[in-house]
Design a binder for this molecule. Sequence first.
Ligand code: SF4
Ligand code: SF4
Length: 330
Amino acid sequence: MEHYDFRSGHPHAQPNFRNLVIRPMWITLKTALRTIPFVGRLPFLHNDYHNKRVNMADGFTERRVGSDHVSMKWADSDSYAADREATDVMPFVERPVTVMYPYERLEDLEPWLFVPGAYNGRIGIIWETCTACKACVRACPNDCLHMTTETRVNVLDTAKEGDEWHGYGSDIEVGGYAALPRSNNSDVENFDLINDHAAAPQEYDFAEVIDLTGSTATIKWPNGGGVENIPVTDLKPAEQDIVSGRIDIGRCMFCGLCAEACPFESFFMTNEYDGMSGYSRQDLWFDADRTRVLPSVHKERVDMELEKRAKKEKIKREKKAAKAAKASGA
Ligand code: SF4
Ligand code: SF4
């Protein structure tokens, strides 16, 4: 399996003494000093982003709220400072307000603040290792997690030719599915799990196997994509399987019980803390492709699972071969 350098989390600063104690104390002191008339205007109390333009409204927001909405007026202002606010009556009295999330993000503005590595954000499921055991669904106290059917390559079939655990998966069969690895993997390499807020890209193109002749498979692409003959060695067996990951994120409380319950290195809590809002309850229903995590993000854990299952399969095949040899000798 290829390993890509995925951005799988928000920027993390080191949890050291400076970042945990000195910086927060200094920020608190600065914030207090800023509220004092005249003193609060001293340059050393300003943050780098003070008085910078904040792009607070995109086209969709403008269409939704209308160009007369107050937030659109702010969006046109070059001088609006996200962290300070004054009144018309007493313009010298300034008070700090929070950063203008989601137009600004704290980790961009104050990089010494960080999202802890163990922070429970959106759920993330690796389809390749999911066994549809439903332990995660049963563990969810809010009943918001569901199983669904997806086309995927099983972890046992992801091992490459020459890898130690290659050959313990299934075979390509007529009537089944096959996966052709995409030659251009830039979508996968550039996918940013945390900030893209979109379904994870596919690493394969899937097709139905309609014939097998020697070492060539005839496959039928979906949606009228035609029929093609492809060497079997270029394909991986694929399956339509039940996997976890469909969720009503509006009911999720990010407790992580689902991830703890998963016995198959399949369920993770990501660091994603945004991209989980909408204008209706329906917007908060995420399909499984939106909560999918690609195997390369947790390569070590997926490799562990591959080894575990391949070893089991090896023992099973050896026992079967020994039994067959015994039967033929008798
Ligand atoms: S994090 Fe908690 S509430 Fe959310 S799906 Fe998992 S078990 Fe359910
Ligand atoms: S994610 Fe884990 S616990 Fe949930 S169904 Fe898949 S293997 Fe089972």
